[in-house]
Design a protein around this ligand. Structure first.
Ligand code: FAD
Length: 301
């Protein structure tokens, strides 16, 4: 088993996820998770805003199979929207349909998302529907279709490893879209498997959406992609207000600042909460070099 697969398996372990919730941020997770509560998170956001960086806030949470947990997550997300308004920070929301009950009942999840979108609309806050694994993909697009009948403050993510991504991006081009490579382990009948194939599709999708879409969030830590897209933007005279770069909190922070200083719109994805374990393991799976975070933590007590 490769290291990537080991971390992926660990990320999906419900017992370990549950155990980690009882502790504060451990194993270096504090470098990539902004806080365990809303107050700490607002302070982290203010620091980023002061550097010219906007934020998208994610209330961490996975393995939600009880309605009560989904309702708690909804209340927490609404509290974040209210805190964004109260603190007047430059931030919007990222959320996962599974955390709001998609694995329990579609209509229940849809209603939870509608309730959140309604509060967000009141404050003119944008809601991004994060994309999860393949089994959640179509239901998440269905939720977006339903929401967009009532709300214009919603958008989603296109994962470049899926064969269907090119079709989806055309269908949803009039939405604000975040384009990513894709973080979950997907089978070969639905998704590209090699880095070369994924990177190629990733760049094609970004270029297409920059030319044809509404607003593009280019979410990657890959300097090769970023440099390529910078040149593409220049060559095609694409206006800076049509796109932004996004990276995860705590990753390549120097580059985040540099891009903001160069005048690009930059948005940091800010995860927070007690349920940090699965998120952290997926980051280790993506890039075992991130293990440095863990090693430093163990030796720098
Ligand atoms: P990789 O392919 O992981 O890395 C490419 C190269 O970049 C590496 O070889 C290395 O040279 C360099 N590099 C990468 N990271 C670092 C680093 N930390 N330090 C130094 N060099 C580095 N996935 C989903 O499936 N759904 C989502 O909704 C989703 N939302 C996301 C939101 C944001 C803001 C971001 C940034 C990612 C999101 N992802 C999401 C995850 C995404 O799909 C990828 O799994 C993840 O970003 C890793 O791919 P990458 O493009 O960053 O580059």
């Amino acid at each position: 088993m490769m290291l990537k697969d080991i971390f992926m398996t660990l990320s999906e372990n419900k017992a370990l996820n549950g155990a980690a919730k009882k502790y504060g941020l451990k194993m270096g997770a504090q470098h990539v998770v902004a806080g365990t509560n809303i107050e700490e998170t607002m302070q982290s956001i203010k620091k980023l805003n002061a550097q010219g960086i906007s934020c998208t806030v994610d209330n961490l949470g996975e393995f939600v199979f009880e309605k009560e947990e989904a309702l708690e997550a909804k209340a927490q997300i609404i509290a974040v929207i209210e805190a964004i308004e109260e603190h007047q920070v430059d931030a919007h929301i990222s959320l996962k349909p599974s955390q709001l009950g998609l694995d329990i009942d579609y209509d229940f999840a849809l209603q939870n998302l509608k309730d959140i979108a309604a509060v967000a609309k009141k404050y003119d806050t944008f809601i991004n529907i994060d994309m999860e694994s393949n089994k959640h993909l179509q239901p998440s697009f269905d939720i977006l279709d339903e929401l967009s009948k009532e709300f214009d403050n919603v958008g989603t993510v296109i994962q470049a490893y899926f064969f269907r991504a090119a079709e989806d991006i055309q269908k949803y081009k009039n939405f604000r879209l975040r384009i990513v490579k894709g973080a979950y382990k997907e089978p070969a009948d639905v998704a590209y498997q090699t880095k070369e194939e994924i990177d190629k599709n990733y760049i094609e999708l970004i270029e297409w959406h920059l030319l044809n879409g509404k607003f593009t969030s280019i979410a990657t830590h890959d300097h090769n992609v970023i440099n390529h897209i910078k040149q593409f933007i220049k060559d095609n005279n694409i206006s800076y207000d049509k796109f932004e770069f996004q990276m995860l909190y705590g990753f390549r922070t120097d580059m985040q600042l540099e891009l903001a200083k160069e005048g690009y719109n930059f948005c940091t994805y800010v995860p927070f909460g007690k349920d940090w374990y699965g998120y952290f393991m997926r980051r280790l799976a993506e890039r075992p070099a991130n293990m440095n975070l863990v090693v430093k933590q163990v030796f720098n007590k």
